[in-house]
Design a protein around this ligand. Structure first.
Ligand code: UDP
Length: 486
């Protein structure tokens, strides 16, 4: 009889920053480990995921019925990308209604496999309620989080304890994460700033986040040696489950995007390490006045740049970019004529840009994927965190690793072009701090390379070993469960 292929069920939250890392992990599990992978989600998100799949994958998709209108959400708003910010928490709450259909789906998969349940369920950090279903079917359960251990540890801590509500001071410590220095109010996302424990975000997150402690473990898209302080947060917790730092998972989203050649040709004509790449990730943007100051800083600094531009805060992020309105007079023409700067609308081939030798620094919102992509290429970071745990990623990179200087925080603060220009100059200068940052970033590049290395002599880097340990834990759990039944 042919050997049964184990089935891994994955269930991400409906936001780009969750769906894409889950898809990347799914591809890795299927292609490198040979398991059958099933991604569960709502119909609209499955359509999007299917279109992002690289060739030669056989990942299965299963739909959970979901009607946004039933939850008082606008039609077709099953993804945070199309939702205004205040409604995102409503989508989070609405996902609780998926419990019966998720249970049915697990039951169907088990039934189709003659009573043999999936090997494991890898669920989103917001879907702790799937743990009870996994337990009922005797399935190994893990939470996958695509952030850093350090960033997510601080994020958890802040939401669970709301320490900033208990003090008038601008700086405060974290009650159960003593390894990190104080947090400043400017490092709180807009939601956290107004949270008081009775708002919808606090209510949802204070219930959902602690649930991961009841899971059988936590998979993190991070690298052990890079993120030791953060990992201690999880190891210290009393009912601690195993934590597997398995990153970085393959990033394939930027390959074969239109506009790739234009960017690469532009980079080809510039000297090594002379270009600053600027991007605020897939969902964030800055305010109109910040955008204007950033443009003035770039012009004043006399450095080369590629800037992924999107309409500023308050405008539809997917609408046309109006350079005439949002940038200094004649800026784009001037920059383009002297080949000083290239503006890319909406989306750039980020991986290719970061791996090009002409790229010397990344002005980034410090989303964790961007951070890993930058450091995997030895590129230091100018941090401008905007939301969520990005502030703490920047803190990690600056205080613990020494590959980042922060230039601003959030999209509500006032920034001045003179100050931005001086940070740019400092980071792009090979002598002094800029040179030190680049050297450190190159060391981290080697550290990351080593973590994911596996060779014929049996060497395995820390992330490969962590992935082995995760699957071994799931397989031995399966064995115990089946022995129990005999
Ligand atoms: N990305 C890209 N081109 C862009 C903007 C983003 O390829 O113009 C990709 C980037 O390579 C990364 C992801 O989108 O893999 C952004 O993830 P990150 O965690 O950095 O930030 P988020 O978008 O989730 O805030």
């Amino acid at each position: 009889m042919a050997e049964r292929k184990e089935n891994v069920v994955m269930f991400p939250f409906m936001a780009q920053g969750h769906l894409i890392p889950f898809l990347a992990l799914a591809v890795q599990i299927e292609q490198r480990r040979g398991y059958t992978v099933t991604i569960v989600n709502t119909p609209l998100n499955i359509t999007k995921l299917r279109s992002s799949l690289p060739p030669n994958t056989t990942i299965r998709f299963l739909e959970l019925p979901f009607c946004s209108a039933d939850h008082g959400l606008p039609p077709d708003s099953e993804n945070t990308d199309v939702l205004p910010y205040p409604l995102i928490v409503r989508l989070m709450e609405a996902t609780l209604s998926l419990e019966p259909s998720f249970k049915r789906l697990i039951s169907d998969i088990t039934h189709q496999q003659q009573g043999y349940p999936p090997l494991c369920i890898i669920a989103d950090m917001f879907f702790g309620w799937t743990i009870d279903i996994a337990k009922e079917f005797g399935i190994f359960h893990t939470v996958f989080n695509a952030g850093s251990a350090y960033g997510m540890g601080i994020y958890y801590c802040l939401w669970l304890h709301l320490p900033h509500c208990k003090t008038n001071s601008d700086e405060f410590s974290l009650p159960d994460f003593p390894q990190v220095s104080k947090i400043h109010r400017s490092q709180l996302s807009n939601h956290l700033k107004i949270a008081d424990g009775t708002d919808s975000w606090s209510i949802f997150l204070q219930k959902a986040l602690p649930q991961w402690l009841h899971s059988d473990g936590l998979l993190l898209n991070t690298v052990e040696d890079l993120d030791r302080t953060g990992l201690q947060y999880y190891f210290r917790r009393k009912s601690c489950r195993p934590v597997w730092p398995i990153g970085p998972t393959d990033s394939f989203m930027t390959r074969a995007r239109p506009g790739k050649e234009a960017c690469l040709e532009w980079l080809d004509i510039h000297p090594p390490a002379s270009v600053i790449y600027i991007s605020f990730g897939s969902q964030n943007t800055v305010s109109a006045s910040q955008m204007m100051e950033l443009a003035m800083a770039l012009e004043a600094s006399n450095k080369n740049f590629i800037w992924v531009v999107r309409p500023p805060l308050g405008f539809d992020i997917n609408s046309e970019f109006r350079a005439v309105e949002w940038l200094p007079d004649g800026f784009e023409d001037r920059m383009s004529k002297c080949k000083r700067g290239l503006l890319v609308r909406k989306w750039a081939p980020q991986l290719e840009i970061l791996s090009h030798e002409s790229t010397g620094a990344f002005l980034s919102h410090c989303g964790w994927n961007s951070v890993l992509e930058s450091l995997s290429n030895g590129v230091p970071i100018i941090g401008w965190p905007i939301a969520a745990e990005q502030f703490y990623n920047a803190k990690l990179l600056d205080e613990e690793i020494g590959v980042c200087v922060e230039v601003a925080r959030g999209n509500g603060c006032e920034v001045r072009h003179v100050e931005i220009a001086s940070v740019i100059e400092m980071v792009m200068d090979e002598n002094g701090k800029g040179g030190d940052m680049r050297k450190k970033a190159c060391e981290i590049k080697e550290m990351i390379k080593d973590a994911i290395r596996e060779d014929d002599e049996g060497y395995k880097g820390s992330s490969v070993k962590a992935m082995d340990e995760f699957f071994n834990a799931a397989l031995s759990w399966r064995k115990t469960k089946r022995n129990d039944k005999v």
